[in-house]
Write a protein that binds this ligand. Structure first.
Ligand SMILES: [Zn+2]
Length: 374
């Protein structure tokens, strides 16, 4: 069993964003590698705390975690955070800001993550919108997405930054009420990479980068919702020099379906049948998200009846099962009648079989609605 993210940070479910940040900061300081050199257990705890914070500090991921637990991130691929574990570089790149200000005061000397004191700068993220049909949402899909990424131009060379001497950070001394405080700040000359451009080809920009179109295959799990964002690590812009590439953020947009309406993992379909079909019984073909489905209507079926086709809805985001397809039967009453048809219905009007006589087992519309939402 994977440990609960709230337990790792030592907070209760429902903790505020400020409490989550505070708890993570505390754990990060406690288990920081600078403070626990060579302590594998501390490093493990440091990584666990970062993973928990990565999920709980992101409203979107937190909501999914709160609903599905670790299953929200398992197996589906594509989603950042959880499962895969984070390496030290990721942690420092993503949460660098949370360590800011520890400088001299906290007893830390920059955050190299064991790599010689230099921070690896992360490239900027790219964001792209992807529109999905209901079928794609229901079953999951792999999309080939064209992105224009900044990549390092060939022939570019870098040299050590003179301002920070390649450390990527400069030390600031501030006089405070407690005495002289040392704080580390990102070097503004090199942006923290410790390197500056030495030589670049003519078509590269000021950082030695060119824009290149690339096709990225993004696996989108079934059950995603409009507005969700997937992170594809390393497919954003490259960072100059020895930096690590940023992420590609895929924003999901869902398209409406002509006949199927989504409600959570369930789908609703309005089926219209004629009076004679309802009386005599019939079979109908429906375009479900899983393909065509044929359903049988028994003779004497009532308008308002809901037929439930199990598992023909939207795949669950947690990877287990799928919702149902609910077919709502509507008997279509003709609005105009020929003389003969009118005579037929007038003749039937007082016929015993045409007088409504619901059985106890035929639930009313309101009872059915109540059942569906309970
Ligand atoms: Zn510098």
């Amino acid at each position: 069993m994977k440990e609960d993210y709230y337990d790792i940070l030592g907070i209760a479910k429902g903790a505020s964003a400020a409490e989550i940040k505070k708890a993570y900061r505390k754990k990060a300081v406690q288990y920081h590698p600078d403070k626990n050199p060579g302590d594998a257990k501390a490093e493990e705890m440091f990584k666990k705390a970062a993973e928990a914070y990565e999920v709980l500090s992101d409203d979107n991921k937190k909501a999914r975690y709160d609903q599905y637990g670790h299953a929200a991130f398992d197996g589906s691929g594509g989603f950042g955070g959880g499962g895969g574990g984070m390496n030290m570089d990721d942690i420092f790149n993503q949460f660098g800001d949370i360590f800011g200000g520890f400088g001299g005061g906290g007893g830390f000397s920059g955050f190299g993550g064991g790599g010689g004191g230099q921070r690896r700068v992360k490239g900027s993220s790219l964001k792209i919108r992807v529109a999905l049909t209901l079928e794609e949402v229901a079953n999951g899909v792999e999309k080939k997405i064209k992105v224009k990424r900044k990549v390092q131009a060939s022939g570019v060379t870098y040299k050590t930054c003179g301002t920070c001497g390649g450390r990527g950070q400069v030390t600031k001394i501030t006089n405070t009420i407690l005495g002289r405080m040392q704080t580390a700040a990102t070097c503004s000359s090199c942006g923290g990479s410790g390197q500056i451009l030495d030589h670049k080809p003519g078509d590269a920009d000021a950082q030695g980068m060119i824009v290149k179109e690339e096709t990225v295959a993004v696996k989108i799990p079934g059950g995603v919702e409009d507005g969700m964002q997937l992170k594809v690590s390393g497919k954003g812009n490259d960072a100059p020099g020895n930096g690590v590439p940023g992420d590609l953020i895929v924003a999901i947009e869902t398209l409406e379906h002509e006949t199927l309406k989504r409600e959570g993992d369930n789908l609703h379909y309005d089926l219209y049948v004629s009076i004679s079909e309802a009386v005599l019984g019939t079979s109908k073909e429906i375009d479900a998200v899983t393909g065509k489905v044929r359903i049988k209507l028994e003779p004497g079926i009532q308008s308002g009846k809901i037929l439930r086709l199990r598992g023909k809805g939207i795949s669950s985001l947690n990877g287990y099962g799928a919702g149902d397809l609910l077919v709502h039967v509507n008997v279509w009453t003709p609005k105009t009648l020929s003389k003969e048809q009118k005579e037929f219905f007038e003749k039937m009007q007082n016929n015993e079989n045409f007088i409504p006589n619901p059985e106890k087992s035929d639930k009313s519309f309101f009872e059915k609605v109540k059942d569906m939402f309970s």
